[in-house]
Design a protein around this ligand. Structure first.
Ligand code: NAD
Length: 479
């Protein structure tokens, strides 16, 4: 069985204590490789390498950083099919979707490669008195920890700006989906990334991840994952005065007004509900529909749900693949039971799918639509992170704004209306870091990305990421 390795100081290494975790293919429910179960000893090796590499990398001319990061992007593109297949097997997502995400991972490196070239100081002239200029210097060794839902995409979304800003990195992918991060190690070696600039340690969150969070020489942490983990990180790293960027869970409202373009709203809502098995922090899992079109929208939506073929992630026609892990599969099924107990009506789905072929041990769940739930119940309040959405009617703009904000999360929202003024009003009133009007998941990498309330703090993307990964230093010269 294949044993993955850590990537430290440009070498592929076994974990110091020789311990491994089973890595499961969720489509088959079968262990297919072994992931290092690293601990604080491996993290220490990675920190040592990153510390040694820091000054030379921070002082590397921007153009050279740009060239190396661009080379990484090019190799990801060249190996896109191989990476997509690996991602699909590791995570359970359809292979066509994995290919899109791998291409987006290359774009992350390319985008931040150019940021290395364009990032500039600011200056402020105090007339006749002084000139201030603000330089932004790399922080040092930084930690990047990512989840299992968009493995390579989210991993590179953190690593690329950290490196572009001149830091060296100790990074940990999710132990549930380590494969493409492991493949990235050899891509970095091939691209000529100097030793120690990026170090990838694999392992469990409460062991390997914890060692990264607690390490005194890791000065900043960029974390994407669950809100409970994010809160623990905040409590632990806060007193150490580490810089923190926390991108956490979501329970996003998708607001559909009667005056919307219903065809577009339906088409996109199917995607925003079930793409990646609903395992995207941005999925619109609370669908609010204006009462005058509630029944029409519901019927047409349920028809479209039938087109969402669940099955083998390796087949072109599959829209919904396997749930990423047995633990998460059990959690989603428990959430559906809770929804029933809370009085919800299951309009479609609601069950696991057990195939009678090679997929028989895999983790599959029917796309599930539920109605009739109160906004305060657990199903409407807590993130399920699976192919499960709720439908709720509303009568007025004020009511839907209140419903949208009645939740502890605040990551993203979609609003469907052809009334421009209403779109602006509701967009400004909904407590979310990201608002999409008449669209969903439309991403421009320059825009700030992140949430409020339980969805975290800090913003990623564009200059926000470059600012996070640097320390500002103001230099004042008296005239
Ligand atoms: P998780 O919090 O369990 O794990 C995320 C990462 O943190 C993994 O690498 C894990 O090993 C590590 N980790 C776990 N415990 C740790 C600890 N004590 N110290 C350090 N590291 C630790 O989350 P998950 O289940 O992998 O991911 C799903 C969650 O991620 C969902 O809540 C989802 O909404 C969220 N998410 C958010 C965004 C966003 O941009 N806001 C994007 C994707 C996913």
């Amino acid at each position: 069985m294949q044993k993955l390795q850590n990537y430290i100081n440009n070498e592929l290494l076994a974990p110091v204590d020789g311990e491994y975790i089973d890595n499961v293919n969720p489509a088959l429910g079968e262990v297919y490789s072994l992931c290092p179960s690293s601990n604080e000893k491996d993290v220490q090796l990675a920190v040592d390498a990153a510390k040694k590499a820091f000054r030379p990398w921070a002082n590397t001319p921007a153009e050279d950083k740009f060239k190396i990061l661009n080379r990484i992007a090019d190799i990801i593109d060249q190996r896109a099919d191989e990476l997509a297949l690996a991602e699909s097997i590791d995570q359970g997502k359809p292979v066509w979707l994995a290919k899109n995400e791998v291409i987006r991972a290359a774009q992350n490196f390319r985008f931040f490669a150019t940021a290395a070239m364009h990032f500039a100081s600011e200056s402020h002239i105090t007339e006749n008195v002084a000139v201030n200029y603000t330089i932004r210097q790399a922080i040092g060794v930084v930690g990047c920890i990512s989840p299992w839902n968009l493995p390579l995409y989210l991993f590179t979304w953190k690593i690329a700006p950290a490196l572009a800003a001149g830091n060296t990195v100790v990074a940990k992918p999710s132990e549930i989906t380590p494969m493409t991060a492991y493949m990235l190690s050899s891509i970095c070696i091939e691209a000529g990334l100097p030793a120690g600039v990026l170090n990838i340690v694999h392992g469990l969150g409460p062991q390997c991840g914890k060692a990264i969070i607690e390490h005194p020489e890791i000065k900043a942490i960029s974390f994407t994952g669950g809100s409970a983990t994010g809160k623990w990180i905040s409590q632990t790293a806060g007193p150490m005065l580490k810089k923190l960027s926390l991108e956490l869970g979501g329970k996003n409202p998708n607001i559909i007004f009667a005056d919307c373009d219903i065809e577009q709203a339906l088409k996109t809502t199917i995607t925003s509900s079930f793409l990646n098995q609903g395992e995207i922090c941005l999925c619109g899992s609370r669908i609010y529909i204006e009462r005058s079109i509630y029944n029409t929208f519901k019927e047409r939506f349920l028809e479209l749900v039938k087109t969402q073929t669940v099955g083998d992630p390796l087949l072109k026609e599959t829209r919904i693949g396997a749930i990423a892990s047995k633990q998460h599969y059990d959690k989603i099924l428990r959430c559906i039971e809770t929804a029933k107990q809370e009085g919800g009506t299951i309009l479609c789905g609601g069950k696991a799918i057990v195939f009678d072929n090679h997929l028989k041990d895999g983790y599959y769940i029917e796309p599930t639509v539920i109605e009739g739930l109160d906004s305060n119940c657990q199903t409407q309040q807590e993130e399920i992170f699976g192919p499960v959405v709720t439908l709720t009617p509303f009568d007025t703009e004020e009511e839907v704004m209140q419903l949208a904000n009645s939740n502890g999360y605040g990551l993203a929202a979609s609003i469907w209306t052809t009334n421009l003024s209403k779109a602006h009003r509701v967009g400004a009133a909904v407590d979310s870091g990201i608002i999409w009007i008449n669209c969903w998941l439309f991403r421009d990498l320059r825009t700030p990305f992140g949430g409020m309330k339980n969805s975290g703090n800090g913003r990623e993307g564009g200059w926000e990421a470059m600012r996070f990964f640097t320390e500002a230093k103001n230099i004042c010269i008296k005239l």
